[in-house]
Structures are given as C-alpha cells and as structure tokens.
Design a protein around this ligand. Structure first.
Ligand code: NAD
Length: 436
C-alpha cells in the first residue's frame, strides 16, 4: 500500500514509521520545515524511545520518506491519513478543527484515483462528515471514501502500543475503504489484534469515551487518595484492593498530582462541549475536569504545608517536568500550574528533567534549570517529585539529604516507601498514604 501521512508529530511520525515497518510505502508530510529538514538529515524531532532506530531502518529500506509537499504524496497514495493536531480552541474548549479542515482542503485538490482518506487525529463526533463535505465541495469529481481510525498509542511507549494494540477501531460503511484499511493493518491482526469495524461517528466517539473514562479513573482515585490521607488509610492498598476486581481493573489507579498531557485535558474539554451542543451533558466528565484543575494548585499547597505553611523565601526543587516519563512533551504538564502556584506562594523554583527541559523553557522561563537531580536538591528546602522518571526511583538519599537545606521530600508519584524515607532522615509526604 502507498500511504501519505499528513502531520508528522508524535502520532504521525510513529504511525508512519510503523506502517513502513509493516512493509508499506509511506511519505510523512508536515508543514513545519524545521521538522522535515531535521528528519531528512536523519534527526528525530521528538523524544520517543526506539523511534530513531525504527525511522533510520525504514528510511534506509526506502519505504519511509519525508516531505513538505503534500500534493506529490497524496497523488500517488492509496490511503491518506490525517494526523494533524486538534488542540483546544482558544477561549471555549471546543476542539480546534482548523488544521483538520485545512488538511482536508489540501488533500481534496490532489486526489487522483480512488483514495481512502482516514482521520487518525482525535476529532469530535461528526467531523468525518465535515471532512467528506469539504473534499466533495473542493473536488466534486474525487473518487474518495472518508473513514475514521482513531489512535490509542501512548507517548513513551508509542511503538509498542502501535504494534501491539488492544484493538484497532475502523469507522466506515464503505466496502472499498474497509478493504484498503484491513490490508494496511493486516500484519497486526495476523498477530491477533482485534480489528473492530463500526460506523464513522461511533469510531469518533469511542476515542473520546475511552480518554474520558481513563481521565475519570485517575480523578476518582485522586479523590479517594485525599480521603485516605485524612482518614489514615493507604490509597495504594485501596487501589490494589479494588483493582484486583476484574470489573474494575488495576490500571489507571495511581494517585498523583492530577492528569495532564497532550490528550486527556483537551479531549475531556472537547467531549464536554460536544455533550452540551447535543443536549446530552456529561456531568461526570465536567466534574472530572473541575476536580483535576483544582488539584494542581492544591499540590502546591501540600508542598507549602510540608514546610510549615509558608513558602516565602523558600527554595523548592522540582524533579520531573514532562507530563509523564519517557517523553519530552510538555503540553498541559501538571508541573506547569504546580510550579506557577509555588511561585505565587513565594517560592523560588529550581528544576531538573532528563529530556523535557528544552521544551519546558518555553512554558516556564523564570525557574532555574539544573544539570541533574542532585544539583536540583542543592540548597532546596523541599524536593518535589512530579514525574516518575526511572532515574528518580533510586536516588542516593544520603547525597540528596546532604545537599538539601532541609530534608523535606514531597513525592507526588508515591515512588518511595514512607518507612525507607523516614529511616533516611527525611520528612516525607506522599499522596493518599495516611498516617493511621
Ligand atoms: P503534534 O502537534 O505532535 O503533530 C501534529 C503535526 O501536524 C505538527 O507537526 C504540525 O506541523 C502538522 N500539521 C498541522 N497542519 C498540517 C497540514 N495542513 N499539513 C501537514 N502537516 C500539518 O500532534 P500529535 O500529538 O501527533 O497529535 C495528533 C493528533 O493525534 C491529535 O488529534 C491528537 O489528539 C491525536 N492523538 C495524540 C496522541 C498522543 O499521544 N500524542 C495519542 C492519540 C491520539
């Protein structure tokens, strides 16, 4: 199959490289010349484990190419994937579909023989209808089928997720589209990944329902954590105790500083807006958003409480800035409102992240960036663990303590045990582990 991937970001680049690895011929297109130039030089513009080797081997085999020119890629393609961004629209929280619509218009002008246009971006229910209308208006003669194929990969484990998905969702009623898409994914379902065919609108809604459900699970356990903290219960054991029930499942029950990232916040906001537009309000998801938004600043108050209720004149070290480990993605990372709140409370902040600092500088220009975790601890009145990078799980605690001004650690990811921290001489606060 010949595939054009429009949008070469976290999703487009990973999907394009994996499709090439399956044996298809893929051209990844982007408008960002910085990105395409870097890829043509053999550099990967994002941090995603394993992606550099996957891209290099498929470029070498001649199956993966990069271009700024959408027209050539689309003209020769059997399938065109739209994988452009769908951020929150400024001001109202709806998904901003301007990139999707613009891509559809550009694709329309370049369609030749029968082509399947597949929306991989996360888009509100009904967007496939818009894409189809835009293409038909721009190019009435086009022989095209528009399908939905939402992507479920997680940054940090994107290649594995793409190659071993829990399911592949394909939304189309068109037989020819179904044949093309099943051919594209054939290498995967030979490995028994369930492929699920639905209507286009259903596929679009599956993606939002999945993200909203996961965001709800996180928020639920975060509120249980607050209750555990005040009642002398341990949220880790509560999570295990409920997660062992197959109907609930153990995943996404880790209490922490609140969800962030490039998907959950914007997708829950967009789903709430869609619900309102259709007079089917999603009250649970609305509550999830409010609870989660309040949580980040509440975490700053937790740090303040650990230092006796006053952060004025205090230095706080922050370990981890990205919204989760193994990515450089800073979009809506909880560290941003948390650090801003620490500064509002009067603290001076110094931070370290293994790969996110370059991106973080745009969002957090007025903090000090450190060379490693120990430099971040140096002179600090409190050290806050915000992102659970592997390298923070086994810190040399004696060295950390020796470098800090006061031995206070606030572990917002529960990666240490209270007993071990106490033994090491720290005042240790974590999330939802109440003292009975
Ligand atoms: P991204 O911002 O990393 O990448 C989007 C790319 O599209 C950018 O490089 C941009 O320059 C390019 N672009 C925009 N308009 C274009 C056009 N007309 N022609 C060519 N290129 C264009 O975004 P992302 O994280 O890859 O997300 C893409 C979509 O996938 C979003 O809808 C997102 O919700 C969804 N998604 C993301 C993830 C994730 O983990 N990041 C997971 C599942 C789904």
């Amino acid at each position: 199959m010949r595939i054009a991937m429009i949008g070469t970001g976290y999703v487009g680049l990973v999907s394009g490289a994996c499709f090439a690895d399956f044996g298809h011929n893929v051209i990844c297109v982007d408008k960002d010349s910085g990105k395409i130039d870097a890829l043509l030089r053999g550099e990967i513009p994002i941090f995603e484990p394993g992606l550099d080797a996957l891209v290099a081997s498929n470029v070498k085999s001649g199956r993966l190419g990069f271009s700024l020119d959408l027209s050539e890629a689309v003209k020769t393609a059997d399938a065109v994937f739209i994988a452009v961004g769908t951020p929150s629209r400024r001001g109202d929280g709806h998904a901003d579909l301007s990139y999707v619509h613009a891509a559809a218009r550009e694709i329309a002008a370049n369609l030749r023989d029968f082509t399947v246009v597949i929306t991989k971006s996360t888009v509100p229910v009904g967007t496939g209808d818009d894409v189809e209308r835009i293409i038909k208006e721009a190019n009435p003669a086009a022989d095209v089928a528009v399908a939905s194929n939402p992507e479920f990969l997680r940054e940090g484990a994107a290649i594995r997720d793409f190659k071993h998905p829990d399911r592949i969702v394909v939304g189309t009623d068109d037989e020819r589209a179904r044949t093309v898409i099943s051919e594209i994914y054939r290498p995967l379902y030979l490995n028994q990944a369930p492929i699920m065919y639905t209507g286009r609108r259903t596929a679009e809604l599956i993606k939002y329902a999945a993200n909203a459900f996961l965001a709800t699970k996180i928020t639920f356990i975060n509120e249980i954590a607050d209750l555990a903290e005040r009642t002398g219960a341990d949220v880790q054991d509560v999570a295990r105790g409920i997660g062992l029930d197959n109907r609930i499942g153990a995943k996404f029950l880790h209490a922490g500083p609140g969800f962030g990232g490039s998907c959950f916040p914007k997708d829950t906001r967009a789903l709430v807006k869609t619900g309102q537009d259709y007079d089917a309000p999603l009250r649970i998801v609305e509550a999830v958003l409010t609870v989660n938004d309040n949580r980040k600043r509440a975490m700053a108050r937790k740090v303040s409480a650990a230092l006796g209720g006053n952060l004025r004149g205090k230095t706080v070290g922050v370990l981890g800035l990205t919204f989760k480990p193994n990515t450089d993605d800073m979009r809506e990372a909880p560290s941003i409102p948390l650090i801003t709140a620490l500064q509002d409370l009067g603290a001076t902040v110094q931070a370290y992240d293994p790969v996110g600092m370059e991106q973080a500088r745009h969002e957090l220009p007025d903090i000090t960036y450190c060379d490693d975790a120990y430099a971040c601890a140096t002179g600090a009145d409190a050290l806050v663990i915000v992102t659970e990078w592997e390298q923070f799980r086994a810190l040399d605690l004696a060295q950390v303590k020796q470098k800090m001004k006061q031995p206070v650690i606030v572990d917002l990811r529960n990666i240490y045990r209270p007993e071990e921290m106490e033994k090491a001489g720290f005042t240790y606060e974590s999330v939802g582990r109440g003292k009975a």
